[in-house]
Design a binder for this molecule. Structure first.
Ligand code: GDP
Length: 477
């Protein structure tokens, strides 16, 4: 893992001469084809305001895996569907109704298991439904970078109409760029008014085809099981337009959609395969979890040996329960899987440490003793400029050989969110004198662990900092 001067120049989109000049300024004489080590590359890149990301062997492998599908390797896969809509409009009933009419009667074998997703057959096609309705789960997954949904079913009760969560769902789904099918539910109700729903939906650019739009509407009664087959047909139709494909002949990768720690079985994760085929015995990594797939159970409660793209399966054998929305992937062997998980763990730790660099007066003494801090950064907000100056002056005088007290910012007025962000970014504490924080500042301070202290008497503020430096401060409760 090294790079030549010429290659670096190309990556940074500057001339080789510029790179060589920078290297010279760093005291390094280099030729065009000379290999540079990681530290040197980082130094040079910094000069061009670029930060270098060094990838481990395992991570490089992962990148390669993601790009090497040829068009001829891609095979059609079934769509993954999420059901969204306002509370009480019938999402859960619809999911149950589809499962009950299709899974138990349609296919051989056992009782359906709630594993977080299920697959049904609609004629020759299969459809995968995510079993957790609502946009909270949908968006939580997206926040982790997982887009598992191919089609969103927006459920609207025909006797009610477009409600706040309907609108929220529309916005979330549109933001994700996922096609919407509107399921107008509860058509069995005497007060059902399908036309009214269509009109309201048109206001959100969901215009039915018969009105010249391109949104598919399906009328259903989830409770009575009416219109379910038609809805499934519509899903197949919309998915065919998407031409969903995946390479089934690859090491499997995908997304965790649910996980739990089971008393008898240990960590259990339901995963949705997006690419490749997952086999019992595969070595997998998911976030900080890793392990060999000991067993796979499908949504019918059956043990299976392999699972193809768009199939949800419960897997056993992981070292811990990974988070929903986390990706998983099969690695060549146990060792590389464990390494990848270990690297993730280290990254998380580093991030945690960076986030935890918040300083507080309560543990100031300990931090000083452990050599963790040399500067005590303080932000002072006060009601008048005179107080700011007085406090700043007195605080900075407290500096001793172990710690340097630095007031990095002063200002007149309430403690605001900018103050807190500054404090968070520079590991500072905030002292407010005769002022109060506004609500957003208060919230952010709490979230980021910023120590924010309010005083009415200058002497008290100075005394607290002094005591904290000596480890004599009484903790605040
Ligand atoms: P969710 O909050 O969107 O998951 O809604 P539920 O599935 O829990 O349904 C809310 C209520 O509406 C329940 O009492 C259901 O029995 C009822 N419900 C759902 N679908 C229908 C339907 O098609 N017709 C009628 N009449 N009631 C329904």
């Amino acid at each position: 893992d090294s790079i030549t001067v010429a290659e670096l120049a190309e990556q940074l989109q500057v001339s080789s001469t510029e790179i060589i000049k920078k290297l010279m300024s760093l005291g390094i004489m280099a030729t065009l084809n000379q290999s540079l080590d990681v530290e040197t590359v980082e130094l040079v890149a910094l000069e061009f305001d670029v930060t270098v990301e060094v990838k481990s062997e395992e991570e490089e492998k992962v990148d390669e895996l993601d790009f090497d599908d040829k068009p001829e390797d891609l095979k059609p896969r079934s769509p993954v569907v999420t059901v969204l809509g306002h509370v009480d409009h019938g999402k859960t009933t619809l999911l149950d109704s589809i499962r009950n009419t299709k899974v138990t009667t349609g296919e051989a074998g056992g009782i359906t298991q709630h594993i977080g997703a299920y697959q049904v057959r609609a004629n020759e096609n299969k459809i995968t439904f995510i079993d957790t309705p609502g946009h909270a789960a949908f968006t939580a997954m997206r926040a982790r970078g997982a887009q598992v949904t191919d089609i969103a079913i927006l459920v609207v009760a025909a006797d009610d109409g477009v409600m706040p969560q309907t609108v929220e769902a529309i916005n979330h789904v549109k933001a994700a760029g996922v096609p919407i099918i509107v399921a107008v539910n509860k058509i069995d109700r005497p007060t059902a008014n399908v036309d009214k729903i269509k009109q309201e939906m048109a206001n959100y650019n969901l215009v039915p085809e018969e009105w010249g739009g391109d949104t598919v509407f399906a009328e259903v009664s989830a409770l009575k099981g009416e219109g379910i087959d038609n809805l499934l047909e519509m899903i197949v139709l919309v998915s065919e337009m998407q031409e969903l494909k995946a390479n089934p002949n690859a090491l499997a990768s995908g997304t965790v959609i649910e996980s739990k720690l089971d008393k008898g079985r240990g960590p259990v994760a339901t995963v949705l395969i997006r690419r490749g085929t997952l086999h019992v015995g595969d070595s997998i990594a998911s976030g900080t979890a890793y392990g060999k797939v000991r067993a796979m159970i499908n949504d019918k409660g059956k043990n299976i040996k392999k699972a193809k793209p768009s199939t949800p399966v419960e897997i056993l054998g992981l070292s811990e329960a990974p988070q929903a929305g986390e990706s998983f992937r099969v690695m060549e062997n146990d060792k590389t899987a464990r390494n990848l998980a270990q690297q993730k763990l280290n990254k998380d730790k580093n991030e945690l440490m960076q986030n935890n660099s918040a300083v507080s007066l309560d543990d100031l003494f300990k931090s000083i003793q452990e050599g963790e801090i040399k500067d005590l950064n303080i932000i002072v907000k006060a009601d008048v400029q005179g107080s700011c100056e007085a406090i700043k002056h007195s605080l900075e005088k407290l500096s001793d050989e172990k710690v340097n007290v630095k007031v990095i910012h002063t200002g007149v007025g309430a403690v605001n969110e900018n103050d807190v962000m500054l404090a968070s970014a520079s590991s500072a504490i905030i002292i407010g004198f005769n002022v109060r924080p506004d609500t957003s500042a208060q919230k952010t301070a709490k979230k980021d662990g910023v120590d924010l202290r309010l005083y009415r008497i200058i002497y008290d503020a100075i005394e607290d900092v002094k005591k904290a430096m000596q480890g004599l401060l009484e903790p605040e409760y």
